[in-house]
Ligand binder design. Sequence first.
Ligand code: BGC
Length: 757
Amino acid sequence: MEQAKIKELVQKMTLEEKASLCSGRDFWHTDSVDRLGIPSMMMSDGPHGLRKQEDEGDHLGINDSIKAVCFPAGCAMAASFDRDLLTRLGDVLGNECQAEDLGVVLGPAMNIKRSPLCGRNFEYYSEDPYLSAELATAYINGVQKHNVGTSPKHFLANNQECRRMTCSSEVDERTLREIYLASFEGMVKNAKPWTIMCSYNRINGTYASENKLYLTDILRGEWGFDGFVVSDWGAVNRADKAVESGMDLEMPSSNGAGTREILKAIEAGTLKEEAVDAACENILSIVFRFAENREANAVFDRKKDHEISGEMAKECIVLLKNEEILPLSEDKNVAFIGQFAESPRFQGGGSSHINSERITSAMDCAAGLRVTYAQGYDAKTDTMTPEMKAEAVEAAKNADVAVLFVGLPDAYESEGYDRSHMRMPACQNELIEAVAEVQPNVVVVLHNGAPVEMPWIDKVKGLLECYLGGDAVGRAQVDILFGRTNPSGRLPETFPIQMEDNPSYPFYASDEDIVEYREGVFVGYRSYETRKTKVLFPFGYGLSYTKFAYSNLTVDKTSMKDNEQVVVSVDVENVGGREGKEVVQLYVAPPKGRVIRPVRELRGFTKISLQPGEKKTVTFTLGKRAFAYWNTEIHDWHVEDGTYQIQVGTSAHDIVLETGVTVECSTLVKRIHHLNSTLGDLMRDPTKTEAVEMLKKQLAEGSLQMEEKEDSDAAKEAMNQEMMMAMMNYMPIRAMKSFGGLSEEKLQGMLDQINNA
Ligand code: BGC
């Protein structure tokens, strides 16, 4: 429906109807106004399958939902580093939504993985905002092409489950812009999501649902968002304040409480009716967009989608270690050990929990292979009996290879609470050690939503990270173990050796409402690489059954202004014996300037498929943002002059090729200097060249005067002109009263002249 018509419709609504539309009708539906032909619209979780609840609703995955298909969770999908795969997932979900009459699927979940401990990491993509935004964009494009909306969540700085409904994320402006907002920014600008879900928490003291700065000024004002903002389920503190700040729809229904708050505030004059009108217009434009574009013939083919889920899982599994053990040959005797071989953990707990129609385990796919099975442990009780251990050791002894299917049980990772450590269950660690003692050929297959510590890593020859791979993950596992598929996943996050190494560790999720993001922009690899912390596996890491060689890194210019673009290209060749996929990663390393920055940041990636011997040229185009940081003086992106290294690598740690590009800032940052500005700042200010020249002259004269006064040879030797200038760099201008022989009036006069220049 055209915007003008929507406006007309809203004008016909009574104030009560409008206030009521800003709150859900029930747990999953928007309100309807029958007399005006305004339909209701249903929403559903998301993000990796449909959790459509037809009866009693809840937001924690407790009550039943329809039978559906569980695709690989966000953690796994992100490991594909494959935009096309994310679009395909969106495409399948968009179709499922049309078939099920769902107007919005609640996702993608795209909060930054600040700490491995966040209970919901399994739903999220990455510790890197660029990767997160790119993948979310691809997913949204897939869903929305079916005229079904998405609801990227949870906006903003919702990086822990502990006290998620009350805590305040205390984050500085630059960190918000470069990490936490950046994850959403590219997605909002490029994918135009129909809705966005604001989070439960507060940001610097103000509830996300009442935060005008983020919901209106930045989201709508700067980024051009034009859909509706929906609250996370129960995230509204005060409905009137929320609507005034730019939150449009409270979900679920608060049984009239929200409506009453809005009406009361209008009556009291603290909320303008226009704010309610705007919220209604935002909601209705989406409701009608869905209602008017139904795909009447859409069918939810669960069997087919389950197959697709298995295909997708193959793209997500990451080969982390391979000492000439994988792929397994089909004539080997292989012991599958661990309950997850028979009953895989393929999803996490909470609102994203899918009621899978069918589950395909590795054991289901073992027909025709020489595979035996031993349970090893009980994931529900998190125990291993002596009998289980003995049976597993026996099976391992009798086989050529032992494959251990292990990982985190359901209770370890869920919405609503965080992990308190990064360890695997003790019984599973014990099982791995026991098997490794009797069998030198051990492969570990991990099921987990986030990193775990691996005390046994040196005792195993192979390691596959499957994350939570969806309800057909068993098919993908067997195909990769036996080499029918070549693994191509890469880690979308760093695996630290121990929890204490994580940069947020000292500040993360204490049982306090104030959560300080003291590590700042140094999240994930931005910290590990800058501090040179040894890690288990770096961001972007992953092996293949073939090998790739990089050559010929070129740039189409070696110097540029920051408002220009540089095209980077690199050749990648498959130098191994079989077809495989490589994730080409581009990082930018800033020069050592004034501003403290991570040593490198991901600015481009692409996944390519290569036949043996095949070579492809990959190109990336980099603009200002690839070089910029958020400058809190000008409250904008800014590029420092200097030579930036364009680095191509196989992980954030393994840079294979690099070349420099000199970038010059094209905008002048106008600074006001005062008596307490440093001399160095003033001298380097490019906007003040002429005036500064004059001052420099005066200062040189002043410092010479000083030298002349200190006329002993020893003094001259102790302090030459260069040293003098270096020391003066950090002196406030006012120091020239004492050391430069200039009066305050004279200095102030010069400063006025400089500032007005
Ligand atoms: C979760 C959201 C979810 C909503 C509805 C909330 O608890 O945080 O991600 O979409 O419930 O189930």
